[in-house]
Write a protein that binds this ligand. Sequence first.
Ligand SMILES: Cc1cc2nc3c(=O)[nH]c(=O)nc-3n(C[C@H](O)[C@H](O)[C@H](O)COP(=O)(O)O)c2cc1C
Length: 190
Amino acid sequence: MELFEAMQGRRSCRDYLPEPVGEELIEKVLEAATWAPSPLNTQPWEFFVITSKEIKGRIFDEAERCRVWALETSGWKWLDSYKVDFLRQAPVIIAIVGDPKKTGVDMFMEEGNIGYQAACAAAIQNMHLAAHSFGLSSLWFTLFNKSAIRVILGVDEAKTPVALVCLGKRASDIREVPRKSVKDKTTYLR
Ligand SMILES: Cc1cc2nc3c(=O)[nH]c(=O)nc-3n(C[C@H](O)[C@H](O)[C@H](O)COP(=O)(O)O)c2cc1C
């Protein structure tokens, strides 16, 4: 698949078929992640591949708890009808865990210590694009408490669960999500 076509065609998926994803495909998606740039090539990511029904259930419970908390805290009405059932449905969830120590020179700068998160985000986007090019759908998910996910997955306290990526075959049609024009987002300083 052509790269621009992959970037335009990828859409978040919140409804999965139960069909499993082969380990070979999962590994290709992970390899795509590892080709992302990172500060000083620190490669601050680690991956936890979750197919266990029991662990997916615990992640669902945490996300559901967090959804209710976010609804009460923000008052955002859409959270009332937002369902996180896809966490139990998706055949695979990949947790991307970052190491804050592997962050580069930004650690000495104002608003620093985020280089590792930016690198993890680049890795996550590579995963989405690779998955899409292999005919899989995916979702970047962050509605969870980091400490809770650390406990569920057995992650070292010094590391940060940056995101969960759901992966699988889409069960329903793609919902188009528009973009603002480049013109509205760009300033040229000539
Ligand atoms: C940092 C980040 C966090 C996100 N967290 C969530 C999330 O917790 N739940 C969710 O359903 N979607 C989440 N998304 C997906 C966005 O909602 C989605 O990318 C956006 O609405 C644009 O839609 P598209 O991906 O289909 O183009 C997240 C995306 C990013 C980049």
